[in-house]
Design a protein around this ligand. Structure first.
Ligand SMILES: [Fe+2]
Length: 338
């Protein structure tokens, strides 16, 4: 039978892939688009360099953890930000079940998306990669989950092959599997655009995924990765980091109680003005339908799914680093005995 050999959760902010000396210059550009809350600190060049080193060290810990687990396939929970799906048809939950896919390793744009003079990346071996999937596993997984009552959408190929697979799936491998050697099955969870699945549903999904994997009659080590978060609302006016939200989520990860983590998540609502169409539009990611936390913070759903796969096991938080130039609370965690 297949088995879960590793569970990991990681942020995937573009700041994790950009030299720290470029972090603060991006702030000027972002200010023009709404900017930060005035009480968001400005880190020195030296402090940002220390944070960059901690980020690299954290990815090193996760990479070692993953290598030690000897996975045969990666199942990555991430969110599509209008890369392959759009509002003509946006699935709440969708599994990629094709043979392979291509995509940019980090981003279509060089450096931070807000940096002046950004240029679209050419597709070269340094920037673009073909990734094998594992249809034998993904087909078995979707059958098991459908049988269990999860009515998943699926994709057999990318709808926009020129854009490539979304950043949430591609970026973690840049540090965790730099050769993009391991087959990967992307599982898309709508995190950004209301109405999104509740934390409770993400918890149920993670539990069901765990049980489904263990029913699949394939001799496979499956590593599960949750990609995104934690708190960041980059397009919000007066953007800020709610570090108490991040700490509550991380306390849940450390406790091993994924249900409670999901219940806390479902109590959170982004601030918005119901009388303002613009405010509702922003809080809903453009759909006008409000349900739960959206924006980058909504990617915390992918952590909840991962935590639920390892439910009952205390997770190890490798580090938590507020990157104020974004601003985002980035974090990294793994579960030892998933
Ligand atoms: Fe993202």
């Amino acid at each position: 039978m297949a088995r879960v050999c590793s569970v990991i959760a990681t942020s995937h902010s573009p700041f994790l892939y950009t030299p720290s000396e470029e972090w603060e210059p991006g702030r000027t550009e972002r200010l023009k688009r709404g900017g930060w809350s005035t009480d968001t600190p400005v880190d020195s060049v030296e402090e940002n360099a220390r944070k960059e080193a901690r980020i690299k060290a954290a990815f090193g810990v996760l990479r070692e953890h993953l290598e030690a687990a000897k996975p045969d396939v990666l199942l990555i929970f991430g969110d599509d930000q209008l890369e392959q799906f759009d509002f003509k048809n946006f699935p709440a939950l969708s599994l990629y079940i094709g043979d392979a896919f291509e995509g940019y390793k980090i981003s279509r744009m060089i450096g931070l998306p807000v940096m002046p003079g950004r240029k679209e990346r050419p597709k070269t071996p340094e920037t673009w990669v073909k990734v094998q999937s594992n249809p034998e596993f993904s087909h078995a997984l979707i059958r098991e989950l459908m049988t269990d009552g999860f009515d998943l959408a699926f994709s057999n190929e990318l709808s926009d092959p020129d854009e490539g697979m979304g950043h949430a799936f591609m970026r973690p491998l840049y540090y965790l599997d730099p050769e993009y050697r391991l087959p990967m099955v992307p599982f898309s969870v709508n995190c950004y655009f209301g109405p999104q699945p509740t934390g409770k549903r993400c918890y149920q999904l993670g539990r069901a995924v765990r049980a489904a994997i263990e029913r699949i009659p394939l001799d496979l080590n499956v590593a599960v990765i949750g990609s995104g978060g934690l708190w960041h609302l980059p397009n919000y006016p007066n953007s800020w980091i709610d570090e108490s939200f991040d700490q509550q989520i991380l306390a849940g990860i450390k406790s091993g109680d994924a249900r409670k983590t999901a219940e806390y998540f479902d109590t959170v609502q982004l601030p918005y003005d119901p009388a303002s169409k613009d405010s509702v539009k922003l809080a809903s990611g453009g759909t006008g339908i409000l349900l739960g936390v959206g924006g980058g913070t909504g990617e915390t759903r992918n952590w909840i799914v991962a935590a639920a796969v390892a439910d009952g096991q205390p997770g190890t938080v490798v580090d938590y680093i507020p990157v104020y130039a974004s601003p985002i609370g980035v974090s990294f965690a793994y579960w030892d005995n998933p």
